[in-house]
Design a protein around this ligand. Sequence first.
Ligand SMILES: [Zn+2]
Ligand SMILES: [Zn+2]
Length: 294
Amino acid sequence: MKRPAEPGIFHRIEDALGPYIEQHPKSRDILELFGGLIALERESMGDLDVALPKDIDVEGLLEKGFPVLGRSGLPVDMGSAKKLFATIVEKMASANVVLEGACRKVAKGVEDGFLDFEGLAGEFLREDFDAIKEAAAEADADPWVLMVFIRAALGPSIAAASEIAARLLPDEGWHELFCPVCGSRPAVAVHSKEGEGRRDALCSLCAHAWRIDRISCAFCNTKEQKNIRYFHVEDDAARRVYLCDECKSYLKVFEERDLPEWLEPILEDLVTPHLDEAAEGEGYLRPAPRLLGI
Ligand SMILES: [Zn+2]
Ligand SMILES: [Zn+2]
């Protein structure tokens, strides 16, 4: 069950970066930072060695409502990820002055033995984020920078595993609110122009897209319409925020038919922080992180 790793998702994002920077100059910094990481991730796909466990019972797992791999079951090429982590720490130092200092501290933390990539990667996959924060504090490193770098270093393995697993999934039959590949919750969703009334969730970890119900809350599954509403900013009805009053969560949803054809939901998420601020300002929370890991 092994296929050569394909840099598909990274190419897709890199292709969309130019138009996004042009259309959203206010988000230039975050887009360029993300673009820098994506380029390094794509380059490291070349020497990646990722395979799914043998004899995996895809149908049986899905039937029982389990994801094919689960977050901690994602196969990781640890050698390649470790190398990429070192490359990221070295190259991202030249992105800007703030990152230069932050990268120096991470590099020193690694050198002094406070930051062990394999241990941190395991903690990340087990969602033990407190342990990562503790390690960052010990090394006097920025926990946000450390988290983003760990996530990016694991990115090629996660993308490759997700890509291989996605080919084993049946077209229909998965109705859960978490990703059928890795079990993570949606980062954002898209109202697709293909198929009337179709809502596709984008996994917050592996970027797999799967169909979810359009009229229910994507997090608590309530169908009580009086508890679900959406808003958008004036003159921008294509970028919506769905609010749920039962679980107090929100989900950003993009209308594919009203957005340019280079719509890339991962980048759409990065250029719409004003929607997060508005939803959070009203007391709603985002249950899953952005694809960048924040
Ligand atoms: Zn996933
Ligand atoms: Zn809800």
